[in-house]
Design a binder for this molecule. Structure first.
Ligand SMILES: [Zn+2]
Length: 109
């Protein structure tokens, strides 16, 4: 074993590892294996992490399948939250419609 070559080899290994990791974490990797179904999908089929913006471990289909029961259970357990959200959504929609109508009438005059 030649000790003189060791730093170069270490550097090479480090570079390849660093490139591999950077590829995964910078979102440059075009495909990714889902942690739940094990299928390889394009990264567009994965949601992005809210902090570091990298694709998360589960594909969208698995994520939805996983979260849907919890979502439904939550809404059944908290009907007042559901009602509140529906009310907020309705109010926002009305507000947007009013704004749109105003802009439209301004344009027409
Ligand atoms: Zn999946």
């Amino acid at each position: 074993m030649n000790l003189n070559n060791l730093p170069d080899v270490t550097k090479k290994i480090w570079n390849s590892v660093a490139t591999f990791i950077a590829g995964i974490f910078s979102g440059q990797a075009k495909e990714r294996r889902c942690n739940l179904c094990g299928e390889v999908n394009p990264v567009t089929e994965f949601y992005k992490h809210k902090n570091h913006k990298n694709p998360i471990g589960e594909c969208k289909a698995c994520r939805i399948k996983k979260n849907k029961p919890y979502c439904r259970i939550f809404l059944v357990k908290n009907p007042e939250y559901n009602a509140l959200m529906n009310k907020k959504h309705r109010e926002r929609k009305t507000e947007l419609q009013r704004e749109y109508n105003k802009r439209l009438s301004n344009k027409l005059i």
